[in-house]
Design a protein. Structure first.
Ligand code: C2O
Ligand code: CU
Length: 432
């Protein structure tokens, strides 16, 4: 894959300079509450299965280290690129940071080349489960291992005694293109009966991920970091995570094993002694956030006056992109950089309609802002406010979402099937 294939980095730096990034940074001075160093380096990593893989890592780990901070913390992360020739960055997926801290190569910063460093500083404003990944040729680099989780705890911490478990189940792409799962078939965790459990489910892959939880009723506590208002208890429900998306699930550990299936062949078994057998999975119905939980007043809703209305129609066509002939995924008939630029003014209320006329799902990810889902296929959202940073739009579906333009800068809005983004399924949101 040639360098120009990135699509994510094809805006020239002179275009990026048109944005007054300097006023749009995180706090440049002040002692950070949390300080991390992430070294991007090539590393041979041995999996639990015994297989050795040539990974691209942060700090030699696959996935990278979990960063845990508290709400309101000034977070400083020093990125050092040791030897990734293509350059790297760090994007804080789902955490709405100031534009200059967003980590998009060619848009908010230059790619950090071997021997170079870059320091990100931002206030962790939003509590919840987020992740970070390189945003330089991300379709390649994320699959090679340049990602990890970012957990923002409430100021006062979590309730005492809670078992806080991250479930990632990522795959790694080998040089020959084949993929290996990084979990051993079943990962065992010891959790005593009666313990409150919070499972943080991440989908860092390119396609929707099915997760089922058997052996205990549970609640979906948060989606993409935002708490659900009054979540009801669910049994044998299948969760479908958008590519890039996160669900937090809560339950009390029963006196028998609980199984979290993340893949037909892998998952996590929670039990009191680290043993036990996998409970039989029931045929699950799919969890639907559109009607889950109770409504809550929000700053804006479907009845608001919107300042802007955008429609994005996804389709596919055969065509040339960056020297290759392939099936392209288009937005309003175009691929990047001919896709529309969304122009807003600070303070605007923006309504966006997604229509998927193509044959595959497209998980749309907007940087720097959270979108409130208003309706799907004309059916209004009647549950808890459903806020997302990454929304899966299945073939044939249409969604109406809304966001407030409250974070000035030049932002990416793209499909988080990163291979689609790399062949042009990308556009920019820009402030006038
Ligand atoms: Cu998680 Cu633009 O990416
Ligand atoms: Cu897509």
């Amino acid at each position: 894959m040639g360098h120009g294939r990135s699509g994510m980095a094809s805006m020239s730096s002179s275009d990026a300079e048109a944005v007054s990034v300097k006023e749009l940074t995180g706090p440049r001075s002040g002692e950070p509450d949390q300080r991390f160093t992430l070294i991007a380096e090539k590393k041979t990593v041995t999996l639990k299965s015994g297989a050795a893989i040539e990974a691209w890592t942060y700090n030699g780990q696959l996935p990278g280290p979990e960063l845990r901070v508290r709400q309101g913390d000034l977070v400083e992360v020093k990125l050092i690129n040791k030897d990734i020739e293509e350059g790297v960055t760090i994007h804080w997926h789902g955490q709405d940071v100031p534009n200059a801290e967003d980590g998009v190569a060619g848009v908010t910063q230059d790619s950090v080349m071997p021997g170079q460093t870059y320091t990100y500083r931002f206030i962790a404003r939003q509590v919840g489960s987020y992740w970070y990944h390189s945003h330089q040729q991300s379709s390649e680099q994320v699959k090679r291992g340049l990602f990890g989780t970012l957990i923002v705890l409430p100021k006062e911490g979590l309730e005492p005694g809670i078992e806080d478990i991250t479930v990632m189940d990522p795959t790694y792409r080998k040089a020959d293109g084949s993929e290996v799962n990084l979990l051993s078939p079943i990962d065992h965790r010891i959790v005593k009966a009666g313990t409150p459990v919070r499972l943080r489910l991440f989908n860092t892959g390119n396609w929707p991920k099915n997760v089922s939880i058997t052996g205990v009723p549970f609640k979906v506590a948060a989606i993409d970091g935002t708490d659900i208002n009054e979540p009801a208890e669910l049994t044998n429900r299948r969760l479908v995570l958008a590519a890039g998306g996160r669900y937090d699930v809560a339950f009390t550990m029963p006196d028998k094993p609980v199984y979290v299936s993340t893949d037909p062949s892998s998952g996590m078994l929670l039990s009191a002694d680290g043993k036990g057998s996998v409970p039989e999975a029931k045929t699950d119905s799919v969890f639907d956030p559109l009607t889950y939980g109770s409504p809550l007043k929000t700053l804006f809703d479907a009845t608001s006056q919107f300042d802007r209305n955008f429609t994005m129609v996804f389709d596919n066509k055969l065509g040339f992109y960056d020297g290759g002939f392939e099936r392209l995924f288009t937005i309003n008939g175009e691929v990047f950089p001919n896709t529309p630029m969304l122009m807003v003014k600070e303070g605007d209320l923006v309504k966006t309609t997604f229509v998927n006329r193509s044959l595959v799902p497209h998980p749309m990810h907007l940087h720097g802002h959270h979108m409130l889902v208003l309706s799907r296929n004309g059916k209004p959202s009647t549950g808890s406010p459903w806020w997302v940073d990454t929304l899966n739009v299945d073939p044939g579906e249409s969604y109406v979402v809304a966001f407030k333009a409250d974070n000035p800068g030049l932002w990416m809005d793209h499909c988080h099937n990163l291979e689609h983004a790399a062949i042009g399924m990308t556009l920019h949101l820009s402030y006038e």
